[in-house]
Write a protein that binds this ligand. Structure first.
Ligand SMILES: Nc1ncnc2c1ncn2[C@@H]1O[C@H](COP(=O)(O)OP(=O)(O)O)[C@@H](O)[C@H]1O
Ligand SMILES: [Mg+2]
Length: 346
């Protein structure tokens, strides 16, 4: 039943030609085989600062929980955990697989609900406006489309008057949270609010009220969903603000990675670039990463860059301990600290 509402959709992250038609039909194993056979840029394989796609490792501990929450209409989600544990990466990969699309709004200490509303509304333009312009065959409900256009117009006028980008934007009275939820419902996009922990306490309460409205709207449009990403304390805060909502909020903790998961990143990356890491090198990278995937990506990237491997190589290259030692020196110079207590850099 749920499959009918959210058919499993897998986007092929690399090649737009394949993405449009073939990849939806190919089974996962075939896709992985195709990926392995392609040439890849090293900076797209090892990605310390952006969400990994090519080397994405499934997080077994939380995968089912997250997938179920994403696929259950009306469930709002809080994903929390330490900085760098892999929250954004996990979520973006799962939403790419399971959802029509998503919109991501980043929060800071200055963010108010008005900023969030405005940002969510503006970004929905990629659905409403681009569809109209490209005259896509997917029809958008006429009334809701007109409503969007009218509000977009009054915001456009308002924007000309705003001088300071940090000031709290004035939201046209028509743009209620309820209406925004309807706009999201029509688009079938999920809404991700990043860095919730940075927001002021008074605004956190208002954001949890927004969650309720979206949960209610899911009765009309099942895909209406807000996903909050935050630091460890975020889960407790949302729960405290919305007692009556607890049944409708899934809280999902993303722990730092296990050593097996870190090894999997090295393995996937080495297959994509046609490299072989000697066993002791793999073990050293795992240890030096200290359960943090971004460090693993950074170290592997440094090794490749030091060896001038900028894309998949024709002939398999072996990565030895001396390559690793050299790259960890680069890392040490760049970041100025011993990367873990466990690994001593001499
Ligand atoms: N499941 C994963 N598979 C492969 N690499 C990952 C995974 N999760 C995170 N990473 C890598 O670790 C880095 C930090 O992850 P990120 O999702 O930004 O963490 P968080 O959002 O929790 O701060 C990313 O740049 C990404 O390259
Ligand atoms: Mg993040």
């Amino acid at each position: 039943m749920l499959d009918l509402i959210y058919p499993i959709k897998r986007k092929f992250p690399i090649c737009d030609t394949l993405k449009c038609s073939v990849c939806h039909l190919l089974p996962l194993e075939t896709l992985q085989y195709v990926e392995m056979k392609m040439k890849h840029d090293t900076i797209r394989v090892f990605t310390p600062d952006i969400p990994a796609e090519l080397t994405f490792v499934e997080r077994k501990q939380v995968n089912n929980k997250l997938v179920n929450a994403i696929r259950t209409p009306g469930k709002q989600i809080v994903v929390y955990g330490e900085n760098g544990s892999g929250k954004t990466t996990l979520l973006t990969n799962k939403l790419n697989q399971l959802y029509e699309g998503y919109i991501s709004t980043s929060c800071t200490g200055e963010t108010t609900v008005e900023h969030i509303l405005r940002d969510g509304f503006d970004q929905l333009g990629k659905f409403y406006i681009s569809q109209v312009e490209r005259k896509k065959s997917i029809s958008i409900g006429g009334e809701i489309k007109n409503n969007y256009a009218l509000i977009a117009n009054s915001i456009k006028i308002q924007r000309k008057r705003e001088t300071n980008v940090t000031e709290v934007p004035i939201i046209p009275p028509d743009l209620t949270v309820q209406l925004l939820a309807k706009f999201f419902g029509e688009s079938k996009y999920a809404w991700v609010l990043e860095d919730f922990h940075k927001v002021r306490k008074s605004e956190k309460k208002r954001i949890s009220d927004l969650l309720k409205v979206f949960a209610n709207e899911a009765q009309n449009a099942p895909s209406t969903k807000v996903i909050i990403i935050g630091a460890v304390e975020s889960a407790g805060e949302i729960a405290a603000f919305s007692n009556d909502m607890n049944r409708r909020i899934y809280q999902i903790k993303v722990d730092l990675m296990t050593n097996e998961e870190i090894s999997e990143i090295i393995l996937r990356g080495s297959e994509l670039l046609n490299l072989t890491f000697e066993d002791n090198v793999k073990a050293a990278i795992v240890m030096a990463s200290g359960f943090r995937p971004s460090r693993c990506h950074q170290l592997c990237l440094n090794i490749c860059q030091d060896l001038e491997i900028n894309e998949t190589v024709e002939q398999t290259v072996k990565i030895s301990m001396s390559d690793f030692e050299k790259s960890i020196g680069t890392y040490h110079e760049a970041y100025g600290y011993f990367i873990t207590d466990g690994y001593k850099y001499e």
